[in-house]
Design a protein around this ligand. Structure first.
Ligand SMILES: CC(C)(COP(=O)(O)OP(=O)(O)OC[C@H]1O[C@@H](n2cnc3c(N)ncnc32)[C@H](O)[C@@H]1OP(=O)(O)O)[C@@H](O)C(=O)NCCC(=O)NCCS
Length: 411
């Protein structure tokens, strides 16, 4: 099998995902991704004639994000029409899966050169959710709902915290630390290698730094925030009339949920896009590129769709086994902070806090659904280089109870 290497990683800063408020929210989703594709092409002299495939994650593939947004963005970026593209959806995990599938294409010998990434403009998709009133991942399929009740992911987060016995104080402390680490990383330029400034088409600057963080967040400021997902419980999910409370009771009739998640310890709603160049060694040599990392192993797991957010631990264990490694062989972890309970549960089982999300995570920086995985891979790579370390493991929970994972190793 041929090895797959990461040549470069680039991304937008994450903009607040609210129409009329976020600095990227006026852009078309395809245009935002195109700006990353332009930047990564230009800074690597990428010959887009040679790109065998562009693999893009996008989780809400409708409207501005429909019609194979990956292909449309490549054309919009002025890439060669000869390069092809595919757009995929594994919910929040799409941006790891896009990289994994591009790497697999190279490892199999099918492709020499791929670009992988993701895009999600939540400023746009949140307006669609309001319109369709579809608040469950089952898409209104009542037969499926009978088999696997899947509450809103924020409710799942509260359910896991209750079952695991994590308190609001534990989770808030993690959110405060995420904000502190993110601000330190921003102030010291740790994201500068990957982040590209986003310009409007008239040449004015739209955004050149992370827009979501709230520096100065403390336990006291978070204590003032009301929990959110208890408010979802009595509301009807959709036209079926069933409430989330009833849905939860189907699977956990006796569970009394301790609601602990709020706006400060949940992932931020943001806009963002990311892309990585991957190739085999022969192509990199031909281009005079020095690969930055090798893909050491990849894995995906499925688990309980009802609790939904619990699979990063099994995914990490599976990818470590595939690599013939243990947690002690990993220098840095990125475990997406979809909700505070997710990295909390991961650290409980697997890793020390000083190795996990060392530059903050989605509670401070935001989680642009299908772009996040690709962002996190670039974030780990930049940080491994900055600290002169070797190995990074990236994983994240997804809707439907799954988790993709990847281990990268500097070369
Ligand atoms: C929890 C959630 C519903 C909150 O949404 P929201 O109310 O729009 O959140 P906001 O970021 O606008 O914050 C609301 C208010 O909380 C307060 N707040 C948020 N974070 C804060 C912090 N760190 N410190 C202090 N106050 C904070 C502010 O008052 C803010 O209002 P403002 O922006 O006008 O100042 C939303 O963040 C969410 O759904 N997150 C999860 C997304 C998700 O499910 N992703 C997929 C994962 S599987």
């Amino acid at each position: 099998m041929t090895d797959a290497y990461i040549i470069d990683a680039a991304r937008t800063p994450r903009g607040i995902g609210k129409a009329g408020r976020g600095a990227l929210a006026h852009l078309h989703s395809g245009r935002l991704l195109a700006k990353v594709l332009e930047a990564i092409r230009d800074r690597n002299d990428l010959n887009t004639d040679d790109v065998d495939d562009l693999v893009v994650g996008c989780s809400s593939q409708v409207g501005n994000q429909g019609s194979c947004v990956g292909r449309m963005a490549a054309l919009d970026a002025g890439w060669s029409t000869k390069s092809s593209a595919v757009t995929l959806d594994r919910f929040c995990g799409s941006g790891i899966t896009s990289v994994n599938l591009a790497a697999a294409n190279i490892m199999s010998g099918m492709d020499d050169l791929c670009v992988a990434g993701g895009v999600e403009m939540m400023s746009y998709t949140s307006t669609l959710t309001n319109k369709t009133n579809n608040r469950t991942v089952d898409g209104g399929n009542l037969h499926l709902r009978n088999l696997h009740p899947q509450p809103h992911q924020g409710i799942c987060a509260d359910m896991i915290a209750t079952l695991e016995g994590f308190s609001r104080q534990d989770l808030d402390a993690l959110a405060v630390e995420s904000q502190r680490r993110a601000q330190y990383a921003i102030d010291h330029g740790y994201f500068n290698k990957s982040v590209i400034p986003v310009y409007n088409d008239d040449g004015t600057l739209a955004l050149d730094r992370e827009e979501f963080p709230r520096p100065g967040t403390t336990m006291e400021t978070l204590a003032a925030l009301k929990t959110v997902f208890d408010q979802f419980m009595p509301a009807p999910i959709d036209d079926s009339g069933e409430t989330f409370e009833q849905l939860v009771k189907r699977a956990y009739p006796d569970l009394k949920i301790n609601h602990v998640h709020h706006a400060g310890n949940s992932s931020g709603v943001v806009d963002g896009a990311a892309a990585l160049i991957l190739s085999n060694k022969a192509y990199a040599d031909r281009m005079g590129w020095k690969p930055r990392a090798r893909i050491r192993a990849m894995a995906t797991v499925g688990g309980d769709p009802t609790l939904m957010l619990n699979e990063p631990v099994p995914a990490a264990n599976k990818v470590l086994a595939r690599a013939g490694m243990t947690v002690n062989d990993i220098d840095l972890f990125e475990v997406n902070e979809a909700f505070a309970v997710v990295p909390m549960a991961f650290m409980h089982e697997n890793a020390d806090m000083d190795k996990v999300n060392v530059n903050g995570g989605a509670m401070a920086l935001g989680h642009p659904i299908a772009a996040t995985g690709s962002i996190l891979i670039g974030t780990v790579l930049d940080e491994l280089e900055r600290r002169d370390l070797s190995t990074g493991l990236i994983t994240m929970c997804t809707g439907g109870g799954m988790a993709p994972a990847i281990i990268i190793e500097r070369v």
